[in-house]
Design a binder for this molecule. Structure first.
Ligand SMILES: *[C@@H]1O[C@H](CO)[C@@H](O)[C@H](O)[C@H]1NC(C)=O
Ligand SMILES: *[C@@H]1O[C@H](CO)[C@@H](O)[C@H](O)[C@H]1NC(C)=O
Ligand SMILES: *[C@@H]1O[C@H](CO)[C@@H](O)[C@H](O)[C@H]1NC(C)=O
Ligand SMILES: *[C@@H]1O[C@H](CO)[C@@H](O)[C@H](O)[C@H]1NC(C)=O
Ligand SMILES: *[C@@H]1O[C@H](CO)[C@@H](O)[C@H](O)[C@H]1NC(C)=O
Ligand SMILES: *[C@@H]1O[C@H](CO)[C@@H](O)[C@H](O)[C@H]1NC(C)=O
Length: 444
């Protein structure tokens, strides 16, 4: 530089020197800023655990992958706030270690502390005054949304046993979990006689068939809407005869349907770990079980071929009628109404109405991740949230018809050729349709 100045004279020297000094100053400022940012003292006192240290959680995406529930907290929707507390607790970077003190990330956890007070007797009260303006239904949900364990009143511990000769030997390829209510005897009977028959079911193309087990998921009759006939003895008789009822001790209301998914996953892990696939649906849908088994058989073979190349034995299958970019329903008079004070943001992609099918291994991952996702009053959306959290999206299958066939096609059996599930059918319609579809291949 000095030589440069000597050679080219004073003018160049006087011109270059300030430029270089400014340059150095700039670099200094940038380095300082960078260092300040990197070494800013952590605001939360936690034990930092690097991602991947806890090997058994590596299959989970431990932080939100996108912004759908990750809104600014001053927006103060209750679900988002509560979820935020869990997101922080389960964040791999901020996670405290299990032997140390459990992190209490923010003041928001106070809401939770008060809520956690009394799960068993359901006496938890959310004190914030602004919740008083919510509907009774919504408040009932909020009061019990931290409670996830309810005792089984009726169980079927032996239904999936390989040696259970009631339905033919072999472990089930498909377990059908049908959400029903105590009073829906007729729906259950129609399902048993048609698409939900337990035992070996013929596939449409593959004569070998697959083992199917059907269970019905029930809560306790909801007495909050007034007195109702006591059906306990009838249900007991039904269960003695068919042995396919699972009943838990919680109020069977629309907003409690999510509990059926979560409790069923626990039951599945414990009592039916050999099933390969799960169908979960309502008791007012019609399923072409043979065609569904065909589809699943094909998926399983594809998976088998894939498995020859990788050692991944988990099949992540989840299909249904997928709804994208849905927003919460803000119309207070509807069944699906979710007030803004409870949840803000859009819904993740989810499979709507009637029924979905997924693999057992995915069910186990859903069970695990659901422990990090706050219960949501709409069951389909909750499943979408759990999938989202696993970094998965539900697969769309055009055979799942949430909104039925066009009116003119409903009576035509040939129109059902490519249908796997159709919503909604009464018990009588199920029987009629079932009989019509038995002779389908010749006709169409
Ligand atoms: C994770 O692993 C630890 C020990 O390796 C075990 O105690 C813990 O229960 C596991 N957690 C889960 C969710 O499997
Ligand atoms: C967790 O914290 C305890 C003490 O608080 C420490 O002894 C232990 O090594 C920590 N474990 C990990 C995995 O950081
Ligand atoms: C077979 O399943 C039925 C229906 O759940 C049950 O009643 C029966 O006890 C089971 N049998 C065995 C041997 O587990
Ligand atoms: C219904 O009947 C059963 C059996 O008779 C009885 O144990 C139960 O307490 C009754 N439930 C109600 C709400 O009365
Ligand atoms: C769900 O069931 C629990 C237990 O019976 C009950 O306390 C709660 O109020 C129910 N929630 C709704 C929204 O009905
Ligand atoms: C698959 O697993 C087997 C046994 O666990 C191992 O010998 C083999 O190398 C693995 N293959 C791949 C591609 O990881």
């Amino acid at each position: 530089m000095g030589r440069c100045c000597k050679c080219n004279g004073k003018l160049l020297c006087m011109c270059l020197l300030p430029c270089m000094m400014t340059g150095h100053l700039l670099i200094y400022v940038m380095v300082t800023i960078f260092v300040t940012i990197s070494y800013a003292p952590p605001k939360i006192t936690l034990h930092y655990v690097a991602p991947g240290i806890s090997a058994n959680s590596s299959a989970l995406a431990s932080h939100p992958l996108g912004p759908f529930w990750n809104l600014r907290l001053e927006d103060s929707a209750l679900w988002n706030q509560l979820q935020h507390v869990w997101d922080r607790q389960h964040n791999p970077l901020l996670r405290g270690n299990a032997t140390g003190v459990k992190p209490r990330a923010t003041v928001l956890s106070e809401i939770e502390d008060e809520c956690l007070s009394d799960c068993r007797s359901h006496k938890c009260s959310v004190p914030r005054a602004d919740l008083n303006s919510l509907s009774e239904k919504m408040r009932a949900f909020i009061r019990s949304m931290h409670c996830r364990e309810y005792p089984l009143l009726i169980n079927q511990p032996g239904i999936c046993r390989k040696t259970n000769s009631s339905f033919g030997l072999g472990s089930p390829m498909l377990i059908m979990a049908v959400k029903s209510q105590v009073g829906n005897f007729e729906n259950r009977q129609a399902i048993r006689e048609t698409w939900g028959r337990s035992g070996r079911v013929k596939m449409d193309s593959n004569k070998r068939g697959g083992q199917v087990r059907t269970v019905f998921l029930l809560g306790r009759q909801d007495s909050s809407t007034g007195p109702h006939p006591n059906l306990t003895n009838l249900l007991d008789l039904e269960n003695q005869k068919y042995g396919d009822i699972l009943q838990w001790d919680f109020r069977d209301t629309f907003f409690n349907l999510t509990l059926k998914d979560s409790l069923f996953w626990h039951w599945l892990q414990r009592h039916c770990p050999t099933a390969t696939f799960v169908f979960k649906g309502d008791d007012d849908v019609f399923v072409r079980t043979g065609a569904l088994l065909d589809y699943l058989h094909q998926k399983w073979e594809e998976h088998d071929r894939w498995r020859a190349y990788t050692n991944d034995s988990n099949l992540d299958l989840f299909v249904g009628d997928v709804i994208y970019n849905a927003m919460p329903n803000r119309e207070p008079s509807t069944k699906y109404y979710i007030p803004e004070r409870f949840y803000k943001g859009g819904y993740p992609p989810y499979a709507g109405g009637g029924g979905v099918v997924y693999s057992r291994s995915l069910a186990m991952r859903l069970k695990e991740v659901s422990e990090r996702v706050r219960l949501f009053p709409i069951d389909d959306v909750y499943l979408g949230m759990c999938l989202y959290r696993l970094g998965l999206t539900p697969g769309h299958h055009p055979g799942f018809l949430t909104f039925d066939l066009p009116e003119s096609d409903r009576g035509n059996p040939c129109a059902y050729r490519s249908v796997l599930l159709v919503h909604r059918r009464s018990p009588k319609e199920m029987l009629t349709l079932w009989n019509q579809l038995q002779n389908l291949p010749g006709q169409c």
